[in-house]
Design a protein around this ligand. Structure first.
Ligand code: 4FV
Length: 236
């Protein structure tokens, strides 16, 4: 899979991809990661990527031209067929991110991730690329100072799903949400900590019993903490 990130702060990504599953996936060639400086697609000597909002109001808006020029040249560079690639702008106006959205994006050949800054991005960016090729995704109903951290969240979630990225492919089958449930509780040594013991069933070696207990615990946790997920699940 090829992942391209467009940002005015490319330096923010340096460290993030040097650790854990992300770095292993890159080293193993499972993912080809490219971080692009949006200013490389500006035409003025101040390399301007923002301007004041039409209609007035506080703050600045990201200009459409550098963004469209950047994405168009990156898509060409990818050279992949149109329906196997997507442009995602991270913004609070976007579709709330979910494991099913991550799985969908993880199945693409090329993902272009755009990190916004300032008050937001000129609306014609997404409309000029067309809804079939570009969409907005949100990581949550709160406002950050930039789209870089949301971009890292999305890339991390997508890369770990790439075949071979996780040492044990089973682990993502057991992922929270992949079965429409929160995860079951996990325990490891010591068997007792300050009087708190590991549930006996997990020490029983009876895998059938353990599987049943974990399923019950996952449903219980989902019911107590995120009942809306359970109702969603019954609808599906
Ligand atoms: C955000 C979010 C987010 C809004 C203005 C960047 C900031 C600034 N992105 N999910 N929540 N973005 O807060 O994705 O441009």
């Amino acid at each position: 899979m090829r992942i391209d990130i467009v940002t005015i702060f490319p330096g923010m990504f340096g460290e993030v991809f040097r650790f854990g599953i992300l770095s292993r996936a890159v080293e193993a060639g499972l993912v080809h990661l490219h971080v692009h400086n949006l200013r490389d697609w500006t035409r003025d000597r101040h390399r301007t990527t923002d301007d004041s909002p039409y209609g007035g109001g506080p703050g600045m808006v990201m200009k459409v031209e550098p963004l469209v020029l950047a994405v168009e040249s990156i898509l060409v560079a990818g050279g992949l067929n149109r329906d196997r690639r997507r442009v995602v702008l991270l913004s609070p106006r976007g579709t709330p991110i979910s494991q099913s959205k991550v799985v969908e994006l993880g199945g693409l050949e090329q993902l272009v991730v755009v990190a916004g800054r300032y008050e937001g991005v000129d609306e014609r960016f997404i409309s000029s690329l067309g809804p079939e090729h570009a969409e907005e995704v949100s990581i949550g109903d709160y406002v950050l100072s930039g789209g870089e951290i949301p971009a890292m969240v999305l890339v991390d979630a997508v890369v770990r799903l790439q075949p071979g990225a996780m040492s044990d492919p089973d682990s993502f089958r057991e992922d929270s949400f992949s079965r429409g449930l929160l995860d079951f509780p996990h325990y490891t040594r010591p068997q007792e900590f300050r009087g708190l013991r590991v549930p006996e069933v997990l020490l029983s070696g009876d895998h059938g019993e353990i599987r049943e207990w974990r399923k019950r615990q996952a449903v219980l946790a989902t019911h107590d903490r995120r009942p809306e997920i359970l109702s969603q699940r019954t609808k599906e």
